[in-house]
Design a binder for this molecule. Structure first.
Ligand code: HEC
Length: 243
């Protein structure tokens, strides 16, 4: 079998073009993950877990309520009553009945001066006029939805599968010891499956975030390593003398 250093210039050029273009694409993909998944402190374990699992201890409404009640100038003696009413309503399934009897009076009396439809356009905050408005901000954050994960899976598994296949096929012609070569070739495929399963498991329980991290670290980065090694073989190693 002809190995990478022995290929014709035309073959070397087509492989090099692929490696530069797709390698850049994979680097851009890594940057995209960093920007979209990373939190305030960068791409931490916690930020990745929250991306798939969400922050289920609290809704937006409960998180901002103490600050908003003081914006509204509510007397300190009234504030615990509103907090308790909202906590009870959310814990009991956010029904419309309970909303009307125990939550709406607090909202109407304290919040609408800034959260009416007209004011919300000025202040860029959510309107809190109807039951549906308030229910929306009372939603607990449960992370990435199953349908988004399926869509991302469809795109990732097929696109990366093809990229890993081509990168692995080029690298299979490298002048390289067999065992490490075989491991490097199969690793991105296995890692991608670990990563994909990790999304769904982390959505159920954040302890599985390690699967996502290990899968992510061994899929695209290993394919990039294969491409880099292939590039060196294409242009730096000398061809075998033909006898
Ligand atoms: C003085 C005006 C004012 C009052 C009164 C007020 N808010 Fe707000 N609210 C804002 C502004 C401005 C924002 C958007 C910026 C921010 O989060 O501080 C906001 C944002 C919010 C958000 C969305 C936060 C997010 O991160 O998406 C919720 C929920 C909310 N307010 C609830 C309430 C509730 C409940 C009350 C009544 C207790 C209330 N607000 C009273 C001005 C007000």
């Amino acid at each position: 079998m002809r190995q990478l250093p022995d290929l014709t210039i035309a073959e070397k050029l087509v492989h090099t073009g692929f490696i530069f273009l797709v390698g850049l694409g994979l680097l851009v993909a890594e940057a995209y993950v960093y920007v979209t998944v990373g939190g305030k402190h960068g791409l931490t374990v916690q930020a990745v877990a929250q991306h798939y699992y969400g922050n289920r201890s609290s809704s937006t409404l409960q998180t901002v309520l103490p600050r908003m009640m003081s914006y509204a100038g509510m007397p300190a003696s009234e504030q615990p009553k509103m907090t308790a009413a909202i906590d009870h309503w959310i814990a009991n399934g956010e029904t419309q009945q309970e909303y009307a009897s125990s939550v709406k009076p607090f909202i109407d009396g304290n919040c609408l001066k800034c959260h009416s439809v007209a004011m919300s356009k000025v202040l860029h905050n959510p309107p809190l006029v109807t039951y549906a408005d308030v229910k929306k901000v009372a939603q607990v954050d449960t992370g990435m939805s199953i349908s988004t994960m399926l869509l991302n899976g469809m795109v990732h598994l097929t696109m990366l599968g093809v990229i890993f296949w081509i990168a692995g096929w080029i690298f299979s012609k490298a002048r390289f010891p067999s065992l490490p070569k075989h491991i490097l070739i199969i690793l991105p495929f296995v890692a991608m499956i670990v990563d994909f399963s990790g999304w769904f498991l982390t959505h159920q329980n954040p302890v599985f975030v390690w699967l996502v991290l290990i899968g992510g670290a061994l899929s695209c980065p290993v394919a990039l390593l294969e491409m880099f090694l292939s590039l060196i073989q294409l242009w730096v190693l000398k061809p075998r003398p033909t006898t």
